[in-house]
Design a protein around this ligand. Sequence first.
Ligand code: ASP
Length: 340
Amino acid sequence: MKSKVLLIYTGGTIGMMQDASSGQLKPFDFKHLTNQIPELNKFDIDLSAVSFEKPIDSSDMQPVIWMELVKTIEQNYNKVDGFVILHGSDTMSFTASALSFMLENVNKPVILTGSQLPIGTIRTDGKENLITAIEIAGAKEKGKSIISEVCIYFEYKLYRGNRTHKYNAEHFNAFQSANYPILAEAGVYIKYNYSALKKATLKKLKTHINLNPNIAILKLFPGITPDVVNAILGIENGKAVILETFGSGNASTQKWFVDAIKKAIDSGIIILNVTQCNAGAVVQGKYATSSELKKFGVISGNDMTTEAAVTKLMFLLAVSKSKKETEKLLQTDLRGEMSL
Ligand code: ASP
């Protein structure tokens, strides 16, 4: 039996065309994509496609669009074997992370891909990305999908979605998963890294539609002023702040800074510590410069990416019954987003 794969086109460079008058890249009609890749018709996979009515540049991505994506996946979940989401690379790691939390017990491949060059250009990276992503979404062994999680496929590599970060704005190899191994590599063969794959579950898919976006990121830098720190920690309706710290979770020990953090925590704000580094983890208490944070109740984000931290917080703030539960689950590995 042929595998069935649903292609969901959200926008991004992969489906963009150059506007004849302004020369700017603008999202184009989805038909353009299938015209550009006639190979899609030759696949031994039963391919169907849906497109956003108005494709977007992924910089316009919003939680409500993640909700739409989750609904589309839920509606088609029992009809297909896997999904390929065409998405701009700019916020692809955020979407992949969000979907990983919103699709609890997902047992089928949900593969996001896109490209750095539009599909219509001669040197496009879009064709390979799309074709291999479809192949992975349809790949089965003993009648079961090989992949049962939300992933990003880009430039010959398959990554766990909530471990990725777009680190290069120009290279075809645009993504990194510094704290988790690659799930598969495509060469002549697609080689799966079986020990790194999420195990399939017998539990039923449970979708989470609600997200709470009342969060902020406070990225530290030497010289940051009390005005900036207090403004972010004091945002009206703010529920949580991601503190992007130095190295292994370190921050200034200046009194005004430590007091501001303590005051925010006392007022009920959750503070989650993630590192500004691309790789490695937060270890609060390793240096004196993070001991104070730990003492006041700043939560360690361990080796989570900022993208995973943002979407995990939005998810937990919407689903948890209490602040205590949110704090506990933040430190729990829910979808393979952190190493414990
Ligand atoms: N700006 C584009 C987007 O993220 C870039 C890309 O598609 O890679 O939608």
